[in-house]
Ligand binder design. Structure first.
Ligand SMILES: O=C(O)CCC(=O)C(=O)O
Length: 248
């Protein structure tokens, strides 16, 4: 069983984020990038691209579990899951799994905390409720929009980041392609401006405690074939072990 070291746990507890550097082998990273971009292009061509930010300069591809067998395996990566289970409990579930593409000139997306925390009354819970894994399918650099974080901001239980403000303690988390950044969903974070001529491609594997309603209704969105071949871990992540009861 893969577990976090004490220093990795401490990093998550104290700073609210952890960079798992070069976790994914280069050939897998390249395949994931190719598939992610192919899906983004196909959805745009079909007029179903989920674009956002100014001039449609960023794009999400939703419901990845149903968009290629490689994503079923990817979301069960043991070290990433160990981090999620440390933060959210051994029974944590998938909230959503998406591609996030930043095209050249995508602006800074601004700092935020993750769904559904910003809609909760304050003080927000002082333990993690949701957490994201940001998969670097390109090198994450200051120039191409590497994720910004404000270390320790998961402990600011009353406050929210102010739109447009640059915080003195905000850092961009850079790293080589194949790295996975784990962020407590309560930390102030967001993608930065892509000032390069290259597209920055990432995946967002977003998880929640099993008591929460996930961001996507996996069991309605995922095909029967995916569910029937799912490993016990994937079934649990899709929510099969945390369904409301059907007693009448
Ligand atoms: O793509 C990134 O750098 C981070 C995106 C993110 O944090 C989000 O959309 O919640």
């Amino acid at each position: 069983m893969t577990v976090l070291t004490e220093s990795e746990k401490d990093q998550l507890d104290q700073h609210g984020f952890l960079l798992l550097e070069s976790l994914i082998p280069p050939d897998t990273t390249a395949q994931l990038r190719e598939r992610a971009l192919a899906l983004a292009e196909a959805e745009q061509k079909a007029g179903k691209g989920h674009t956002y930010l100014a001039n449609d300069s960023a794009q999400r591809v939703w419901n990845l579990i149903d968009k290629g067998e490689m994503f079923e395996e990817t979301i069960q990566e043991p070290k990433m899951l160990a981090a999620m289970e440390y933060l959210l409990g051994a029974d944590c579930t998938l909230s959503s799994f998406t591609v996030n593409v930043l095209y050249p000139s995508a602006p800074d997306a601004g700092l935020h905390i993750d769904y559904p925390l910003s809609g909760l009354p304050t003080p927000r819970p002082n333990f993690p409720m949701v957490a994201n894994s940001v998969w670097f399918l390109d090198d994450w650099t200051v120039e191409n929009g590497a994720t910004s974080c404000v270390p320790g901001s998961h402990r600011r239980l009353e406050a929210l980041p102010e739109p447009g403000v640059e915080y003195a303690d905000e850092l961009q988390i850079c790293g080589p392609r194949g790295s996975v950044l784990i962020v407590n969903g309560a930390i102030w974070h967001g993608s930065s401006e892509n000032r390069t001529n290259e597209t920055r491609v990432g995946l967002l594997g977003f998880f929640c405690r099993s008591i929460l309603k996930p961001q996507q209704a996996h069991l309605e969105l995922v095909s029967d074939a995916v569910v029937s071949r799912a490993t016990p871990t994937l079934k649990r992540l899709l929510g099969l072990e945390s369904l409301p009861n059907m007693n009448t």
